[in-house]
Design a protein around this ligand. Structure first.
Ligand code: DGL
Length: 281
């Protein structure tokens, strides 16, 4: 840690490897409009989904540390891959050293908590990055809460690049969207609930709905995670008091500012100011 961490209240940090976390941030801003947020996208090093545990952990720790330095007391990993591969290590090994009073939360647990109420067949599919599927985080978390549910995971390695390279609406995207959905449902035809276990995937939702058979419930994380954050702040007034409320959001990217501003503004439907940040220094 280079600097002494600021102790005055600060914004809530929201981190993702790229644009995907914006699908979570937009719900945070809807459900917690008074809170301030800082969004950080590591677009220069995306995708995380194909990287090793060690690298995802290293990159995520750099991002969390920087968000702490920027004044955040609470950071949400709005990225399933980082939640699967880095969250526990950061909570157990790094937080006590960095600042035991700060908190880092992920997106997998709040998603899993809702699944039991949604599936009727008790057969659930998870669409996620190769890293999240390989980590088995969803399988393990679901088993803890709902041991009777059969979970089938399907990696969708082309979906994040489609979003990051602005190809989500292109005709070429159809092939890969249909391919992974078909592969999942071929492996278990009793699935009635499919979790979009990557925060980038709601940006492909139009096409996902087109190829998902009718009657299958698609679980998108934004709203679930936002409600869970609101509950967390209600249950932890000491943390809530350390989160500023001015209704503002600042955006940082490790890539070019204009590129991020163009793509993010199109998704958020508002013009945003973006600052560049280097996580390597
Ligand atoms: N949006 C992220 C997730 O939820 C990461 C995708 C990636 O960088 O591969 O998994």
């Amino acid at each position: 840690m280079k600097h002494i961490l600021p102790s005055q209240p600060g914004p809530i940090g929201v981190f993702d490897s790229g644009y995907g976390g914006l699908t979570i941030l937009s719900q945070f801003r809807e459900i917690l409009p008074q809170n301030d947020f800082i969004y950080l996208g590591d677009n220069a090093r995306t995708p995380y989904g194909t990287r090793s545990f060690e690298i995802v952990y290293e990159f995520t720790l750099q991002a969390v540390t920087r968000l702490f330095e920027l004044g955040c007391h609470l950071v949400i990993l709005a990225c399933n891959t980082a939640s699967a591969k880095a969250l526990r290590s950061i909570q157990i090994n790094d937080l006590p050293r960095l600042d035991p009073d700060r908190r880092v939360l992920g997106v997998i647990r709040p998603t899993v908590e809702c699944i039991g109420d949604i599936t009727r067949s008790r057969h659930v599919g998870i669409l996620a990055t190769a890293g999240t599927i390989k980590s088995e985080s969803y399988v393990m978390e679901i088993r803890k809460l709902f041991p009777e549910i059969k979970v089938t995971g399907q990696a969708c390695p082309m979906w994040v690049p489609l979003v990051e390279y602005n190809e989500a609406q292109s005709p070429g995207a159809d092939y890969f969207v249909q391919k992974y959905i078909d592969e999942l449902l071929t492996r278990d035809d009793q699935i009635d609930t499919v979790v979009l276990g990557c925060t980038h995937y709601p940006l492909l939702l139009g096409k996902i709905k087109q190829y998902m058979p009718e009657g299958i419930h698609i679980v998108s994380q934004g709203e679930l995670v936002a409600h869970s954050l609101r509950d967390y702040l209600n249950r932890h007034p000491e943390m809530s008091a350390r989160c500023t409320r001015g209704g503002q959001c600042k955006y940082f990217t490790t890539e070019a500012e204009e590129k991020f501003a163009d793509s993010a503004s199109a998704f958020l439907k508002e013009t945003i100011q973006v600052s560049h940040l280097d996580l390597n220094d």
